[in-house]
Design a protein. Structure first.
Length: 429
């Protein structure tokens, strides 16, 4: 068996054991798709390497499997290896496609259109990474809600008489190296890893259009995947910093002092690290921050290592009916929602969604590679959702399944939109 195949099988074993300690070997072999004999050999090797321990507490030939601390590290290491290999394969595929297109002389100029969707726009000049920071660090109190309040509720900008968003989430890559039980990514039927990633022509178009509408808010790199797995994250951040504050939300697994420094140099405003493994991570990251020599308030460390009894240190939502774990609010408790009044999410291919709660990507507002973002922001479908939610009518999917409290931020935006809708109604528009 080659190393890649062995690593893939071992990763599957470690992931399944981390989900269910008392799983039978027969069920485990069925889930992974290998024979019982091969599974038994793999488990013995994992035990020899001190990645797992297993015991039969009642002497009934019913084993309980336990991941050791080195086993947890091995699981993340194998996940990263697999993801990086997939991304490399994808890059090679795209590279080959571009070479083939070039050979066919589809375009007589040096600027060639590739494919459809976010690949259909002509490539602009190459953006390079900054070697020194070219933008002052925007300083706010290092508390999540306060930080967002300063940007969302203290800034209300309009374009053509319409309030524009002040918070945009960008899902630059559709893969994650972790599988957290409170995240839809833990279920491949809901949010499978596709390894697709956002291209620079989409970033360039977004930057140009944000300039046109005089954008004053934040662009946050998070969404449906782990942004640090995108190899061009520094270039993406540097480009977007021309028109917005840039934040990166990461699990921190790929971070080293050099990477933290590079993000700072490329004008990232805040780096938020979610720590899932335990208190020991705090010192590890604090040491990295010190070694990187970035300002201390550049990085925000977030405790996320708690169990279901403490909701994992999060304000849990059901992600529009896809997750049922922890102490969840009942669907229907919250009627109004201001999310579509002040923010939206852009997926890797340019699809725009109401908010980051919609993990099943049920309803697309439009695609920014086919339309201007302001036209999507003010179109009929977006306006329908926004107006209904301002008035407390969660009558449309996926909002009917959502239990998120969407009125914590965005009151100024919602009031401005409500005024516009009242005026239109009075004029019978």
């Amino acid at each position: 068996m080659n190393d890649d195949k062995t690593n893939h099988i071992n990763l599957k074993i470690l992931k399944e054991i981390s989900k269910e300690q008392s799983i039978s070997q027969r069920l485990l072999s069925e889930k992974i798709g290998i024979s019982l004999g091969k599974l038994n050999n793999c488990i013995k090797k994992l035990q020899e390497d001190n990645f797992i321990k297993y015991e039969d507490p009642n002497n009934e030939n019913k084993f309980i499997y336990i991941l050791t601390s080195t086993g947890k590290q091995k699981k993340e290491e194998l996940a990263l290896k697999l993801i990086n290999k997939k991304i490399e394969e994808y890059d090679e595929l795209i590279k080959d496609e571009k070479i083939n297109v070039s050979k066919k002389n589809i375009s007589k100029t040096n600027k060639i259109n590739f494919g459809i969707g976010h690949n259909s726009v002509k490539e602009k000049e190459l953006v390079t990474e900054n070697k020194t920071r070219t933008k002052p660090l925007f300083k706010t109190i290092a508390i999540n809600l306060k930080r967002r309040t300063v940007i969302v509720d203290d800034i209300l900008t309009t374009h053509k008489g319409m309030p524009i968003p002040s918070w945009i989430e960008l899902s630059i890559i559709d893969v994650c190296n972790r599988s957290c039980s409170f995240c839809p990514k833990s279920d491949p039927k809901i949010a499978p890893d596709t390894y697709q990633k956002m291209q620079m022509n989409l970033i360039n178009k977004l930057t140009d259009e944000l300039k046109e509408i005089n954008y004053k808010g934040s662009v946050v790199l998070c969404g449906y995947g782990e942004p640090m797995l995108h190899k061009n994250i520094n270039i993406i951040s540097q480009k977007l910093s021309e028109v917005s504050f840039v934040e990166v939300v990461t699990n921190g697994d790929t971070l080293k002092p050099k990477k933290i420094k590079e993000l700072y140099m490329n004008n990232v405003n805040k780096l938020l690290i979610s720590m899932y493994d335990g208190e020991h991570q705090r010192k590890n990251f604090q040491d990295m921050i010190e070694e990187s020599k970035v300002p201390k308030d550049f990085v925000i460390l977030r405790d996320r290592w708690y169990d279901a009894k403490k909701d994992y240190g999060l304000k849990l939502t059901n992600r529009t009916g896809t997750i049922n774990i922890g102490d969840q609010e009942k669907i229907g408790k919250y009627k109004k929602c201001f999310y579509p009044s002040y923010q939206f999410l852009i997926d890797w291919n340019g699809d725009i969604f109401l908010c980051p709660q919609d993990w099943q990507r049920r309803v697309t507002m439009g695609n920014m590679m086919q339309e201007h973002i302001f036209d999507i922001w003010t179109n009929k479908i977006m306006s329908k959702y926004r107006k209904n939610l301002i008035n407390g009518n969660r009558t449309d999917s996926p909002c009917t399944l959502c239990n998120a409290e969407g009125t914590v931020l965005g009151k100024n935006h919602a009031n401005a939109w409500a005024h516009i809708y009242r005026e239109k109604k009075s004029l019978n528009l």
